[in-house]
Design a protein around this ligand. Structure first.
Ligand SMILES: *[C@@H]1O[C@H](CO)[C@@H](O)[C@H](O)[C@H]1NC(C)=O
Ligand SMILES: *[C@@H]1O[C@H](CO)[C@@H](O)[C@H](O)[C@H]1NC(C)=O
Ligand SMILES: *[C@@H]1O[C@H](CO)[C@@H](O)[C@H](O)[C@H]1NC(C)=O
Ligand SMILES: *[C@@H]1O[C@H](CO)[C@@H](O)[C@H](O)[C@H]1NC(C)=O
Ligand SMILES: *[C@@H]1O[C@H](CO)[C@@H](O)[C@H](O)[C@H]1NC(C)=O
Ligand SMILES: *[C@@H]1O[C@H](CO)[C@@H](O)[C@H](O)[C@H]1NC(C)=O
Length: 570
């Protein structure tokens, strides 16, 4: 079986491979399947031919344009669809452009860093996420096996691909093995599903040093921007985490739509994040906090970092060992010792701060908690004891805290938006429930640091004055892709919004959950918001306020609370 996995170059301009007045035009079609295409140069069409290796790419030579050019899809009896805009004439061969998209690189305003990266971070430079570009990933494989995976979306089925080819802006690489599976839990409910990509471990079988990647369906987020803005904010605050970009995905002859593209915290991710990609780095153990399983719930165990004297409790599924330490097989003993440390650690002795610091990069945790609160993380450590990682970093010989999966933020989720945006951080749902926050807040230095971080992040970053332009730029960049995405048929099993009786709707139990909000998350209304309303609000939906609305409420209430409680203008 022959499989192709391609990321297209968008921004690279080929140095004049043109002969005389002829240049090469190259365009990616997002339609899928076989059809013919042409380039219309100064109103004259010239045929392009489908690349035999890369079926979504059409190329051909035609004269340089005097005025401009457009691409056209010839859809047989349906006539010809010409791009409704003219591209600027060029005297060089084009990069791999995309049909219907006017730009190859979209100029986006940046979110500047407000804090230096945590000292443990030593992230490899890579072109994995290029700001302002949306590459296209083309996957082809056994359709029967893929259909089977989509039909049984609640099962863990993965489809193996035998050959993979990758074409990126700076490199063309060929792979021989990739596995695709569905990812997430509640996200499998939706008709547009998310995927995990695994490039199997063998020589040269990696994408810029990464082998585990995720394609995020964005099914619960009608604004399409929550995660990218969330990761912008994480990066600005210097936290260890994946970066994030968008990709278009075509699977065999069917377009799947616009996806978020991010890194899974699985090998070789650790060496890329903490050791500049050094394959000889002696890594430590990586634990994942994943809330609970049926089994752990029976024993009363969720991944909130409570201490249990019986080690079996750690192995009931609430935690996972996501990466083993170098040259050995990890177990739950170090995690058990760490939770015991949390339980017994000093809080007010003169050496308390130093003892904490030598066991945990406390700053990593406090930055993440400040952000969980401000971005309204409805599925994080505070609210659900979920979606975080603890990595034992071997150079500093202490744990560092990592956040993950920011899909349910900024009011989207099952925790009441009102309770997340009172402005009083210690009122945030779950703040008093979690052992690590409780204990750290008893250490005056750390409590003061959390408050300082909340005010600093609100003032310098998490407010509309700082983020408005970035949001507007990202929205402009993805507008055509969102319209394209929304019109596509879906692969996953049908879900009727509003049918909370659907056995697939997760039965979550946590005092932080608001039943009305949870119901609204799976309702038809939240589901059918327009892109514009979902970004700007007002939406009239408690489980999905506009992204800008949420940021406005949160930043204003936080600053008001601060002024009120300190009596100072901040
Ligand atoms: C023509 O349009 C119809 C309806 O949109 C579609 O089903 C069909 O596949 C199209 N034919 C071609 C050749 O694109
Ligand atoms: C466009 O894609 C083709 C086919 O994969 C590749 O050979 C070519 O180098 C790409 N063009 C650019 C400008 O990257
Ligand atoms: C495709 O997958 C199906 C179902 O998993 C399997 O029965 C079939 O043999 C596969 N076909 C090929 C050509 O590998
Ligand atoms: C430890 O917990 C497991 C699972 O809950 C239980 O089966 C076992 O009896 C416990 N061991 C002790 C010594 O309590
Ligand atoms: C903030 O919330 C905490 C915890 O819910 C509460 O004890 C405290 O009084 C609140 N602070 C103010 C100023 O309202
Ligand atoms: C701040 O004080 C004003 C005036 O007393 C009050 O209306 C407002 O609710 C307070 N805001 C917060 C977030 O505490």
């Amino acid at each position: 079986m022959r499989i192709t996995f391609i990321v297209f170059a968008l921004a690279v301009v080929v140095s004049a491979s043109s002969t005389g007045d002829q240049i090469t035009y190259s365009v990616v079609s997002l339609t899928g399947g076989k059809h013919s295409m042409s380039v219309v140069v100064d109103n004259v069409p010239y045929p392009l031919s489908q690349s035999p290796k890369v079926p979504i790419l059409y190329t051909g030579t035609a004269p340089k344009a005097a005025k401009g050019y457009s691409y056209a899809i010839n859809a047989g009896t349906n006539g010809t669809r010409v791009e409704p805009f003219s591209r600027k004439q060029t005297s060089e061969s084009t990069p791999n452009e995309t049909f219907g998209r006017q730009w190859n690189t979209f100029p986006l305003s940046k979110v500047e860093p407000i804090l230096p990266p945590l000292p443990a971070i030593n992230r490899v430079e890579s072109p994995l996420h290029i700001d302002g570009e949306i590459p296209t990933i083309y996957l082809s494989g056994n359709q029967t096996a893929l259909d089977n995976m989509h039909t049984n979306s609640m099962e863990d089925i993965s489809v193996s691909f035998s050959h993979v080819l990758l074409n990126s802006p700076h490199d063309v690489q060929s792979f021989s093995d990739i596995e695709i599976g569905l990812s997430g839990h509640s996200s499998r409910l939706f008709e547009k599903v998310s995927y995990n990509l695994k490039l199997k471990k063998k020589a040269k079988n990696h994408l810029y040093g990464y082998r585990r990647l995720k394609l995020r369906a964005l099914a619960t987020d009608q604004s399409y921007i929550r995660e990218i803005i969330g990761y912008d904010v994480m990066k600005s605050v210097g936290i260890a985490s994946t970066e994030y970009s968008y990709v278009r995905v075509i699977l065999n002859d069917k377009p799947l739509g616009l996806f978020g593209f991010l890194e899974a915290y699985q090998n070789p991710w650790i060496q890329n994040e903490f050791a500049n990609g050094d394959i000889n780095y002696k890594q430590g153990i990586l634990y994942q906090g994943k809330y609970r399983t049926t089994e752990s719930l029976l024993a009363g165990v969720i991944s909130d970092l409570s201490y249990y004297p019986n080690i079996t409790n750690y192995a009931l599924g609430a935690y996972n060992i996501k990466a083993n330490p170098a040259n050995s097989i990890g177990d739950y003993r170090p995690l058990m010792e760490f939770t015991k440390f949390i339980k017994d650690a000093p809080t007010t002795t003169p050496d308390a701060v130093q003892i904490w610091q030598s066991n945990l990069d406390v700053e990593s945790f406090l930055r993440c908690i400040a952000l969980e609160i401000l971005v309204g993380y409805s599925d994080g450590y505070l609210t659900m004891s979920n979606n975080y990682y603890l990595y034992y970093e071997t150079k500093a010989k202490r744990y560092i805290y990592l956040p993950s999966d920011l899909d349910l933020i900024m009011g989207s989720g099952f925790v009441s938006t009102i309770s997340m945006t009172t402005g009083n951080y210690s009122d945030f749902p779950g703040f008093h429930l979690r052992p690590l926050t409780n204990k750290l807040m008893q250490v005056p230095t750390f409590k003061a640091r959390l408050e300082e971080l909340i005010v600093k992040v609100t003032k310098e970053l998490f407010n509309l004055k700082t983020l408005d332009k970035r949001i507007d730029d990202v929205v402009r960049m993805i507008t055509e892709d969102v319209a394209w995405d929304q019109a596509l048929p879906r692969m996953g099993k049908k879900f009727i919004p509003g049918s909370n009786s659907d056995s697939r709707v997760p039965k979550l139990t946590s005092p932080t959950i608001d039943a009305e909000t949870q119901k609204d998350l799976y309702s038809k209304g939240s589901y059918s918001l327009s892109f514009k309303d979902a970004v700007n609000g007002p939406t009239g939906h408690i489980a999905s306020p506009g992204v800008k609305e949420f940021i406005k409420w949160q930043s204003e209430n936080t600053m008001n609370f601060w002024r009120n409680t300190t009596g100072k203008g901040v």
